[in-house]
Design a protein around this ligand. Sequence first.
Ligand code: ADP
Ligand code: ZN
Ligand code: ZN
Length: 838
Amino acid sequence: MIAKVIVDVPSRQTDRPFDYIVPYHLQEWVEVGSRVGVPFGGRVLQGFVIQLQEESRLDQHKLKEIAELLDAAPPLLPDLIELASWMSHKYCCSHTQALQAMIPAALKGKEERFISINDDESDEWKSRVSAPLLHWLEQHSPKANWTVMMEQFPDEAAEIRKLIKDNKLQLQSYIKDKLAVKKVQAVYMPMQVQQQPFDALLDQLAKTALKQKEVLQYMYEQPQEQTIPIVNVTKELECATSTVRALVEKELLIQIDLEQQRDPYAGRHFKTTEPLLLTEEQQLVFEQIAITLDKQQPYTFLLQGVTGSGKTEVYLQSIDRCLKDGRQAIVLVPEISLTPQMVERFKGRFGDQVAVMHSRLSGGERYDEWRRIRNGESMVAIGARSAIFAPFQQLGLIIIDEEHESSYKQEESPKYHTRDVAVRRAMMHGATVILGSATPSLESYVAASMSNPKGKLSEDKRAALLSMTKRVNDRALPEVTVIDMKEELLANNRSMFSRRLHEALQERLQKGEQSVLLLNRRGFATFIMCRSCSYTMMCPHCDIALTYHQKSQVVRCHYCGYAEQTPTVCPACTSEHIRFFGTGTQKVEAELAKLFPGIRVIRMDVDTTSGKNAHEQLLKQFESRKADVLLGTQMVAKGLDFPYVTLVGVIAADTSLHLPDFRAAERTFQLLTQVAGRAGRHHLPGEVIIQSYTPEHYAIVTSQQHDYETFVQQELQHRRMLGYPPYCRLAVVTMSHDQLPLLSQVSHQFVEDLRQLADHEGVLVPLSSGFPRSLEVLGPVASPIAKMKDRYRFQCVLKYRGSIDIAALIQGTLHQYKEKSIQKKIQYSIDIDPQVIM
Ligand code: ADP
Ligand code: ZN
Ligand code: ZN
């Protein structure tokens, strides 16, 4: 039997399956999706079997055998392999990258080499090595670590190699997993022992062995063949491990290694919740979803529901429906909103069936949660982006909450968008997709409303828009006031708080209610600037300002990691007026302390949330009302639901409005709406105060009125005029090299070749022409970050519409360069449907 294997080598030339013989002893075991170790270029590398067949078209005698099988059950399922192949084409990444994205980091195995003494050979060779090496070898064989040996006996490398060639020593390679399954030693009493009368067993112990007798009795009274970790036995009976071992030696107990689950939520109790009686709006939406769930037909719903309209309850009941059919569900939420509150709602309804996957878990915990999914213990996976690859066999439902979030796009290769991968995976399973948001992305909104404006299902369409316009229990959406900060300046108020926000905060303090303050800054980092000569500290390798880190007093580059001490005088003019800039959260915190002595503030930003459970702990503190104000960046805008929060303040709404990004208005609208939704979710009414220098901007006006519809119509006009998504799609090709003239020349050549190829296919037509298939190639121009890690960067932007295989076009152009040596040294990075253009 022949296995086609994708081997884990990150080069474009090797991005294809290689044929290997499946050795006889593995034929029963190797399946499509198996992870194997295979010989490749003198090493053993990890790979995945993507296909099995009887024969190879290559010469059988030249083929090598699979060296080892790494898991008893294949970690990848056939549908995921198909998905990976689709991803590698669509997002222009290698098969390996796509496959690796689907498995937990614990399974990214690395080669480990061992050396052993070949016992069949005579001993005469032993005189050829030094005494210490021989001693070391005899001590460690057959598991003598190759790397350790080479480090300790570097001078004997040549001789060692000869001995391997002469078959005196054997070199073997294995793949070692990054993390192993956690095991504990445990014991159980075998049935034939337990069935004997207890007195008969006692006879086998010495009369004085009282502790052993105690253990024996304890185990005897357990249910049949009950396995108990040894540590539990010793703790329970206050005895030594050796006492238990003594019984193992007498074969009264049997010792085994017990696989242990690292449960990130161990010891936590989740209150069980029953399904709520749905509101009228929820019921209508749920009925539509139930139809496609029952039919097991692929369908995508965009559920647009205002904050507090009860989307989560709709998710929960949809999952319940899906589980009743024996099918599984995936729930995706942005990393940041994977709060304990969110997890609690799902664990509360579905208990241990829920597996949680996110980056704040340890590698081991993540691996174990993944295994619970793989072996069928878990039916619901809730997690960030990568949980879309949860290895379920019969997927019935995929939910993407806050579907507009840009974190659903992965920024490193494979640069996939979770939404598109979800729709694709759902198609393979006949699964339903629910995209939920109060402020859907324009792409999803247009896709859903165009194919089905009334939200009624139709056979020929595959998407529909569903809306929920009211908060549960007719609770009002909070009152939003916009403060014009220009007027504050005119009134001589130079504080970062308007008089109105100042008053409102004061009032909350008096009443003992809570406030949330949002500092709307994308680059919340602070940079160093001289106030005398306006010199700004830049990274010498990248075209970007260095970031000031207060704790360590260093300035650091976020792209390449370059760091230096913070200077005390300006390196350019030696002025002492050098200081860090930017309205960071720390600055707001300091100002709050000055204005409201004794105020208790919890600051939530990258600095305070880097620890494992830091984010969660801060929220807990706030929930238990140990603070008056929760101050933070985007993090505070999402998913929080605290009854005593009655005021939400936005310090400066405009900061994200003027970014050089065509989605700036959309992002601002989304953020303002999200954060406003945090106020007054319970019995106390809420108030929102937005400070802005451009209060007349439509993104701010419409968010004040909670008017998504009007915002969308205005924003769509802009997009149409400027030719941006959703009126077209984008792809960005970034090229980099350390020599500017060469880069310029090659990138121009690339654009020319690309145009030629597109023209050849008849699609090089301006978008404004109205042709159904059209493509424009812009650039090349210097990238917004023009230099990174000492490499200059040029980009070209492709705008296109209609059924154009953009990946094939780009790859087709690059393909011509494979032979040319100049182009080879250029690095190309391809981003399909980019979220940010850098
Ligand atoms: P969203 O996710 O749309 O912002 P949530 O799902 O958080 O809204 O719901 C807001 C609040 O309303 C929650 O406290 C939730 O428990 C409650 N809720 C949702 N649906 C119902 C219902 N049918 N009956 C009573 N309360 C509900
Ligand atoms: Zn200066
Ligand atoms: Zn740098």
